[in-house]
Write a protein that binds this ligand. Sequence first.
Ligand code: GDG
Length: 478
Amino acid sequence: MTSGSADLVIVANRLPVDRVTLPDGSKQWRRSPGGLVSAMEPVMRSNDGAWIGWTGVAGDETEPFVDDGLSLVPVPLSEQEIQEFYEGFSNGTLWPLYHDVVAKPEFHREWWDSYVTVNQRFADRAAEIAAEGATVWIHDYQLQLVPQMLRELRPDLRIGFFLHIPFPPGELFQQLPWRRQILEGLLGADLVGFQLSGAAQNFVRLVRQRVGHKTHRDLVYLPDGRTVLAAAFPISIDTAGFEELARSESVTERAAQIRAALGSPKKVLLGIDRLDYTKGIYPRLRAYSELVKDGHFDVTDSVFVQVATPSRERVEQYRVLRDDIDRLVGRINGDLGRIGQPVIAYLHSAYPRHEMAALYRAADIMVITPYRDGMNLVAKEYVACRYDNDGALVLSEFAGAANELRQAWQINPYDINGMKATILEAAHSDEKDRARRMKAMRKTVTEHDVASWANDFLAELAAVRPTHGKPVRPARLS
Ligand code: GDG
């Protein structure tokens, strides 16, 4: 195969742009806000980089284009592929399976077939545009077969893969009928990155047990002489960017407006999540409503603001979740609210980054309670915005972020009473204690931002020794 001209290729399910229709009816691309884009942008610019992904529009056959200096290469998905590859296998099979089976994963052979077809399309595209010896960085659970498919087409490339969500323990992973294919798909990479070292260990153990390759600590030795390194790279945020936004006059003003609009309560609690069953929104709201019912919070001077960003609305489990949360909020406000004073101010909507920063600044207590989360960037964003060293973070021990944000008030979302007690503790904490905790957490997110995350990953990928001289036994079938 002939090679292209890009020295660094990012491969992700979505391109970092959205198609927007202007008031005059014309279409334009708008850069989607997100840590990954801001982290990759400088590296892409200095490396002749290109980004491969889907535009988000069914059947879109847009040719490669340049947007504000970035080369973007669309991969088309048909309506049926969106249903089978994206909503089906990615979000109906892998997402629940990788999140501790919080919801029941569905296994359908047509979904798998579509996953293979679409992964091959991404691999073909990457093979076309990557220059000789280029670095290719593949992202996330939708594209786990791409590393191996790409290696077959282009053995000259340096291939990295990063999984943004948890990697499950073997006991759960082995439910997957295509477990061996997924492991082999990932082993096409030279470096497989995870959020936590426990996930990397799960992966290496599974490779040893299920595929039969020789492993040592975080290394896998393949029979063809290649070495694959599995390691943790906890993702982060554009810390300085968030802090700057939070310090701006307009965000400061908006934060004050938000508090005033809420009736100037003594305590504002805040939850911000994609509306997803892994995020533990239900037990969180129940815990808070019980605290109100028990008289620990008074609806006249405290309020819980819950922002739930619409997500994956065509997937059945997400529709059910939305109805469950709607009903719960309605019941809580109906039972315990007053005129103009809801217990929970519930917003099913997405907001600009500016509004998010204002909400973070307006909140006394940020409550983040996922059953399982790869990292949880919202927790880090809250910390980045609290340059005043005030504000309390209540954080689930099942979020990857809990590993770094040790000074948060940590909770177990399955333990409602424990969660209630900890929220109360955070609410009654004194200023000095809050400042001590917040300062320590701010140090962490300042020292480890998304730029250092990307640099660490790419430096490790550049340093891995792709071959070994060890005699290894051939893989056995599982
Ligand atoms: C996956 C993993 C891992 C949310 N609502 C709005 C909005 N957001 C932004 C937040 C934050 C991001 O979306 C959400 O990131 P999270 O990390 O909290 O969660 P997932 O979407 O599930 O992300 C997760 C992550 O990948 C990265 O590896 O941490 O564990 O599940 O940045 O600010 N942004 C705007 N308006 C909204 O309404 N502008």
